[in-house]
Design a binder for this molecule. Structure first.
Ligand SMILES: *Cc1c(COP(=O)(O)O)cnc(C)c1O
Length: 484
């Protein structure tokens, strides 16, 4: 990469004797912009080469991480040198999620306008806590809330909180649930705390995501409060195994199983929950979007009868990190559960975002979410979901024909689970594929078997990417078979 040469690069560490000089230097940094220009040029370069870059840092590059091991500098430094260090030693040590061959976890790529909006928002450096701190953030949160509620066909009273991801969204949804079911039983948790509260029953699928367990634990519950419900071969909750519900029950359902992509039977369970006055929370980190799409909304039948929902922007929707949304039908429960007071707070008639999130100060992540939603529109979201699904289907079709691989799930959305004949072979294939760095795939466990999980989550995945990935898998299997 060619960078314009900058005289500042040659400058030694600056010695600043008094704070006026210190301040002057900072003003200089703002005026000078060379560090910003370096960052921008390197950013463009990074983006342009996304398709060709190794998917995971090379061994030599990983060694460069040692350069970051130093003690906190004594003196004020040189901003260009600092950015240069990030460009030279940081950039090669990123995982390349911008291209189309990252299938690990359920990690999305970035829709370009989202990146552009995030860059602009970085200059603004907004705090989304309250309307009075950032009118633009407040307005966009209001707009995006209504867009998402509308797209997902949720009840119009539903409110949204903009958080870092679904882990936090699950936490918020379950905090609201905890408040409401206790209140319904004549107990105010804000006033009395959890000590001495009626015992809440957490009804979880044996496939519940670990972030749900984290939220449960943060909210003061333990394993003994959980009643596990069995699932079918696809990981869907078996309604006939659901315990009888009551007004102290909180049920967590999944829209998109993190392994198989399967959706729980919302309709029946939500009806049962409604009859017994229980609360249903839906963890829909990547799958919730299906609820609004023409092609997939049949998977989400009855999902809108739940009480709260979680979804990520940074997975299926391909917004930049980090972006999660909690949706809750019961605004009162949500605001009480995440209550926040202070004599200096300036509340407005309009939206103050901090009432819907655990944090007070918070980056205005809604800006890039707004940009991506405005860019895609309904048709674009539908198309994006269909694209991810069709690539996942393509994987399944080809892998079924390939000797030595078995496809273990019905590909209803974007997830494909495959395995080789033995766990050992599967593990070896994962290792070899990761080492080749053409693509990145991770492992998981499925019905007691070691599996390879392919999560198609990037708008950039082409048929060619699918072909290259399958070729890498095939090559790895042949090598592994020879070794064993
Ligand atoms: C990814 C995921 C989560 C956690 O979401 P984060 O955004 O990583 O916090 C929760 N549930 C499911 C089903 C997921 O796929």
């Amino acid at each position: 990469m060619k960078l314009k040469s900058q005289p500042l690069f040659n400058r030694k560490t600056i010695s600043l004797k008094n704070f006026d000089l210190f301040q002057q230097e900072l003003f200089e940094r703002f005026k000078d912009k060379s560090a910003l220009n370096y960052a921008q040029e390197a950013g463009y370069h990074y983006m342009e080469n996304a398709a060709d870059r190794a998917i995971f840092p090379l061994r030599n590059d990983l060694e460069k991480l040692n350069l970051f091991e130093e003690s906190l500098p004594r003196q004020v430094g040189n901003d260009c040198e600092i950015i240069k260090q990030l460009i030279n030693s940081g950039s090669p040590n990123t995982v390349n999620q911008l291209g189309g061959r990252y299938f690990g976890f359920v990690n999305g790529s970035v829709i370009p306008v989202g990146l552009a909006a995030k860059v602009l928002a970085s200059f603004w450096d907004q705090n989304a806590a309250m309307r009075v701190i950032s009118p633009i953030s407040s307005k966009l949160e209001e707009v995006v809330e209504s867009w998402i509620v509308d797209y997902l066909k949720l009840p119009s009273k539903t409110v949204a909180g903009f958080v870092s991801g679904t882990s936090m969204a699950n936490f918020c949804g379950l905090a609201a649930a905890r408040y409401r079911v206790l209140k319904n039983n004549g107990y105010d948790i804000v006033e009395n705390g959890l000590n001495g509260a009626p015992r809440i029953r957490l009804i979880l699928s044996d496939q519940a995501h670990s972030s749900v367990l984290k939220a449960v634990s943060l909210l003061g519950f333990g394993n003994r409060d959980i009643e596990w419900v069995k699932t079918d071969s696809q990981g869907r909750m078996l309604v006939e195994h659901l315990p009888s519900l009551d007004s102290l029950s909180i049920i967590v359902l999944g829209a998109g199983n993190v392994n198989s992509g399967a959706f729980d039977p919302f309709n029946e369970i939500c009806d049962l929950a409604e009859k017994s006055n229980s609360w249903v929370h839906v963890d829909g980190a990547f799958g919730l979007w299906a609820g609004g799409s023409l092609e997939f909304d049949n998977l989400c039948l009855g999902m809108n009868k739940a009480n709260s929902w979680s979804v990520d922007g940074h997975k299926t929707l391909n917004t930049p990190y980090d972006s999660g949304i909690v949706l809750c039908l019961d605004e009162d429960a949500m605001v009480h559960a995440l209550h926040m007071t202070g004599s200096y707070l300036v509340l407005s008639q309009e939206r103050d975002g901090m009432f819907y999130t655990p944090e007070m100060s918070r980056r205005a992540r809604v800006i890039e979410l707004w940009a991506v939603l405005k860019y895609l529109g309904r048709e674009g979201i539908d198309k994006l979901l269909s694209l991810l699904h069709s690539r996942a289907k393509l994987f399944a079709t080809h892998l079924k024909e390939l000797d030595g691989f078995e496809v273990l799930n019905e590909v209803v959305f974007n997830q494909v689970l495959i395995a080789c004949n033995t766990d050992q072979l599967t593990e070896e294939v994962i290792k070899l594929v990761q080492e080749e760095r053409v693509c990145w795939l991770g492992g998981s466990q499925w019905h007691g078997r070691k599996v390879i999980r392919i999560s198609v989550c990037s708008w950039a995945t082409t048929e060619e990417d699918v072909r290259l990935t399958i070729a890498s898998l095939d090559k790895a299997l042949r090598t592994a078979s020879k070794l064993s």
